[in-house]
Design a protein around this ligand. Structure first.
Ligand code: ATP
Length: 684
């Protein structure tokens, strides 16, 4: 029997483990296998300091071109991950399948620090070149790994801790590695979980990108998990053959490898066909519908959509009423429109001006052009912005809306730009990331931009020009990439004239200006009303209008626009017992109006004159008021409008004190500030 003398020190420990299988309790099997490969297969001398080779710029460019799709899909996730980890002493890294670092997100301090040990873009971090390390060992093992300090093979890396996960393509081949390398030993468990989630996002994005011409199918056994990171995802051709699947899909359907699932037909897998799921999904406004597994009784919740690729005639979203949501026949197969936008989002119903705005929006989507929406309150600016987002290529990113008017000046800054990373923990930290960073990869909607304080206008301009944001109190610069849509019901050109709005920002924001007409000027009012009645009636049979009620609704001038219309209709539907909405369920003001307000369009057909005091209602969606409250609200709004927002006159008309009226308005979410302005003006 040979007596093995254990020796101490990092090199000795490796020798003990590899040559004598003397593993200490702390040495994981993954690390032991890696050390064995390094010593025995790659003949690396652990005592010999070694810096990984770095590719030349042209070699790197060739690889970057090859990996363009993966890098594009990964970049946003990497920035988000970096934000979540909130530690300046770490780097988020993407390598290719050979362990070459392709992209890295870190503070400049940390990047400089680790460059001296060969940790930089272009360096080869395979096990063969760099010994045991997160990226290389992850590639060798084909699984997520954590490599803590002393587990590194070479002593010069033992100050680092890595958490790495392989990124698989739809064939199940490793296409790269996502890694977090830090100085903190403690971070690794937390970061390994986050790395795993981020790589799943990247894999899903990659699948979407590669199969954008295919029908995406989203499913899960739990309906609330459809459209989340955990959903199963299939890409299916027009005949219903599976072209690709994510890992969750494989797992949920009980397949081990992609090859076992690819080529199978939807109707082999489920008790339904692709066409049937498409039609049911569209009917259900693209909310998940139940579907059963063909061979078993497992139930899934599923949504199937038409391909996301823009520009193909049978896949583009038509947000005008003439096509939306109806069945069309293209090449003999029945197809539904509106694959990405919620079928409930219909912006135009035949009004020429509104149709024109929708067409313009469609033309410039995904062209990196900032969009400025004009329109009175309640004309649907946010709904419009959201629809643009959902039909854009950024639809898988977030739609982040910020109302600059409803935030105190001091809060806008932190709300938009966020606080220094690391200053907060857990959910709080998430909440302070700043809306701009949250919108990364998606759309930022800045409502009431005219109310943005001057000081912040300068900061916003810088973000838009540099496409970078620096959270408050931080020196870390974060790349951001989002579609900007802003909106205002104030005349920005006038604000520029009076020096309240920066001219350069104004031009920066208004790549294209779209004007949403007030409801009273829309020629498609009836179709819009019927649409809202259908939406409000939900699953019940939608009532129709009695002829005199319809006339009254069409005559009214709607100072609160579509928002006011929706509330009036919601109340009327709640009050009506049968299938018809009679006049008596409409607010008095609507019935009393003798004729519609004057209408005027400027020569270009785009300008929308405001012929009434602005903003009749609060900006946020109203709480669920009961029918009596809604009626009370509509009555007060009507009177306010009739008396040009003179609160004193309205309080006299109602026989209550001004204070009582103010309290009621507050309770019913009728915005005080605007009422007061108008009131003060009227009373001198
Ligand atoms: N196309 C539409 N179809 C159905 N309802 C709509 C549509 N557009 C707007 N609405 C209704 O009107 C409400 C107000 O819309 P939105 O908030 O987009 O208006 P806005 O112009 O942004 O208002 P504000 O200027 O006050 O912020 C929505 O919550 C929705 O109920």
């Amino acid at each position: 029997m040979t007596l093995i003398q254990p020796v101490s020190g990092h090199v000795a420990e490796i020798m003990n483990v590899v040559n004598h299988q003397l593993c200490s309790q702390e040495t994981s099997p993954v690390v032991a296998r890696s050390w064995t490969r390094c010593l025995q297969d790659f003949k690396l001398d652990p005592a010999q300091a070694r810096i990984p080779p770095v590719l030349t710029q042209s070699e790197l460019n060739v690889r970057r071109d090859r990996m363009g799709e993966l890098i594009a899909c990964a970049k946003l996730e990497m920035t988000t991950l970096y934000q979540q980890l909130a530690d300046p002493e770490l780097a988020v890294v993407l390598t290719d399948a050979d362990g070459v670092i392709m992209h890295m997100v870190s503070s400049s301090g940390f990047a400089q620090d680790v460059e001296s040990i060969g940790f930089r873009v272009g360096a080869v971090w395979s096990e063969r070149e760099a010994g045991t390390n997160g990226m290389g060992t992850c590639l060798a093992e084909g699984e997520p790994v954590a490599v803590r300090q002393n587990e590194h093979y070479f002593a010069q890396y033992t100050s680092l801790t890595c958490s790495a996960a392989p990124i698989f393509d739809h064939r199940g081949d490793i296409t790269g590695v996502l890694d977090v390398t830090s100085r903190s030993r403690l971070l690794q468990q937390h970061s390994l979980v986050l790395v795993g989630m981020s790589r799943q996002m990247i894999e899903n994005r990659l699948l979407d990108e590669r199969f954008k011409d295919a029908h995406p199918i989203h499913f899960h056994t739990r309906p609330e998990l459809v459209y989340t990171l955990h959903e199963g995802k299939l890409a299916v051709d027009q005949h219903g053959n599976v072209l690709a699947a994510n890992r969750s899909a494989l797992f949920q359907l009980g397949f081990r490898a992609p090859q076992d699932l690819l080529g199978k037909r939807v109707d082999d897998l489920f008790k339904t066909s692709l066409d049937e799921i498409l039609a049911r999904s569209a009917r259900n406004s693209f909310r998940p519908v139940p579907v059963y597994r063909a061979s078993a009784s497992n139930r899934f919740f599923m949504v199937a959509q038409h391909p996301h690729a823009a520009g193909t005639p049978d896949t583009t979203i038509d947000l005008s009423a003439s096509h939306q949501g109806r069945l069309r026949t293209v090449g003999g197969a029945p197809l539904t429109s509106a694959p990405k936008a919620d079928a409930g989002t219909r912006l135009a119903f035949g009004d020429a001006h509104m149709e024109q705005q929708v067409q313009l929006a469609r033309k410039i989507i995904d062209k990196q052009i900032p969009i400025m929406l004009h329109g009175e309150t309640g004309t649907g600016k946010e709904v419009f912005a959201n629809a643009i987002h959902r039909m854009s290529q950024r639809s898988s990113g977030a739609f982040v809306a910020v109302n600059c008017a409803s935030l105190p000046e001091t809060l806008i800054e932190s709300e938009l730009f966020g606080y220094r990373a690391g200053a907060f923990t857990g959910a709080q930290r998430e909440g302070r990331r700043g809306k701009i960073i949250q919108a990364n990869g998606g759309t930022l909607f800045l409502d009431e931009i005219g109310d943005m304080p001057m000081m912040l206008q300068a900061r916003l301009l810088r973000v838009l020009e540099e496409r970078q944001v620096t959270p408050l109190g931080s020196e870390t610069v974060i790349d951001v990439d989002f579609q900007l849509i802003s909106a205002s019901h104030r005349n920005l050109a006038e604000l520029v004239q009076s020096g309240q709005f920066r001219e350069d920002l104004y031009y920066r924001l208004s790549g294209i200006e779209l004007r949403l007409p007030p409801l009273r000027q829309r020629t498609d009012r009836l179709a819009l009303m019927e649409h809202i009645v259908r939406e409000e009636a939900r699953d019940q049979l939608a009532p129709t209008f009695a002829p005199d009620a319809e006339q009254a609704l069409l005559r009214y001038h709607w100072p609160g626009n579509i928002r006011q219309l929706r509330h009036v209709l919601r109340t009327a539907i709640a009050l009506c017992d049968g299938g018809v909405i009679p006049c008596r369920h409409l607010p008095a003001e609507i019935l009393n109006r003798p004729a519609s307000a004057p209408q005027q369009l400027a020569d270009d057909g785009l300008r929308v004159p405001v012929d009434h005091p602005p903003a009749a209602v609060a900006e946020e969606e109203l709480p669920p008021f009961n029918a009596i409250q809604m009626n009370e609200r509509a009555t007060i709004l009507g009177l306010l409008d009739k008396h040009r927002w003179n609160v004193s006159t309205v309080s006299r008309a109602l026989g209550v004190s001004r204070n009582t009226l103010y309290r009621k308005m507050h309770r019913l979410h009728i915005r005080l500030a605007q009422a007061e302005q108008a009131d003060d003006g009227a009373e001198g």
